[in-house]
Design a protein around this ligand. Structure first.
Ligand SMILES: [Zn+2]
Length: 288
């Protein structure tokens, strides 16, 4: 198995075709590693803008890429075709830090090449997700590339940041440090139709209690003090992403504010429940 460690730089610009903003790829960098993680070859390409006319100031500042640089670049379609030839027929997995680059790649292929799939993509792994899984950190607090390098004691000063090839080389360094053949193999996903629909799926919080995806059995509450079912006092109301109601436990004589959220993910519904004991406030005019 070969590993293609890929990194992209992009410029957020307005796409007239879709009447929405799009992250146009301006640079592709990649390093190819063999099965023993030894470097085989490097790929670097600047892309001539086709959607956006000018680079955003923030992008220029971050990458030090200029509009003149991009004028000397090659069209996206050509870069993708070169990348495909560079990878060749090798059995490979494309690896990126976070799935943002892969989403942008799919978006650009759709917009500029009119195709729904990325031609060279057969297997994919998100190294950031792998990093989170082995260090047991919560995926919502995403660790950036440079933070990860620091945590692993990699001297990142020797890499110039926010250029595609250097970022891919830094990602490759991180990859070498944390790679374990068996656990990593479990992270590799074949790029089937399901892979693409999963990536394009946008999770959402269900706001209608009559939605069939709302499991009504989750809308009950057991008193945490005595373990007996509590009684609901109010109707369910949907407030700040949760269905909320007030419950009462007659055995403990206490009221509890209960909130339940149902989040639709690609292949399941994530249910989260919160409960807060209501502390009865003393009447302000009690002493008056
Ligand atoms: Zn109770």
């Amino acid at each position: 198995m070969y590993y293609i460690i890929l990194d992209l730089e992009w410029n957020n610009t307005y796409g007239r075709k879709t009447k929405s903003f799009i992250n146009e790829i301006i640079e592709i960098g990649a390093v190819m590693l063999d099965d023993d993680l030894r470097e085989v070859s490097r790929f670097s390409s600047l892309i001539r803008s086709q959607i956006g006319k000018k680079l955003r100031g923030s992008v220029k500042q971050l990458t030090h890429i200029t509009n003149e640089d991009l004028d000397n670049g090659i069209p996206f379609t050509k870069a993708i075709s070169q990348l495909r030839h560079w990878i060749g027929s090798r059995d490979n997995t494309v690896v990126t830090w976070g799935d943002g680059d892969i989403r942008v790649l799919i978006e650009n292929c759709r917009y500029l090449n009119g195709i729904e799939i990325v031609p060279f993509l057969s297997n994919y792994a998100d190294l950031q997700a792998y990093f989170h899984s082995i260090f047991n950190s919560h995926p919502s607090r995403q660790v950036g590339l440079s933070t990860a390098a620091q945590l692993l004691g990699i001297d990142e000063e020797s890499f110039s940041h926010h250029r595609a090839l250097d970022d891919s080389l830094l990602t490759a360094e991180i990859f070498r440090k944390i790679f374990d053949r068996d656990t990593f193999a479990a992270c590799i996903r074949p790029c089937t139709r399901d892979f693409y629909s999963r990536l394009s799926f946008k999770p959402y919080v269900i706001g209608n209690i009559n939605n069939p995806l709302v499991d009504k059995s989750k809308l009950s509450y057991t008193c945490e003090t005595c373990g007996r079912p509590a009684r609901r006092l109010t109707e369910w109301r949907f407030v700040s992403r949760h269905f909320r109601a007030l419950y009462y436990c007659p055995y403990c004589d206490q009221k509890i504010k209960v909130g339940v959220s149902f989040k639709k993910l690609y292949d399941r519904v994530e249910v989260k429940k919160t409960s807060v004991l209501v502390v009865e406030q003393k009447q302000a005019n009690e002493e008056a």
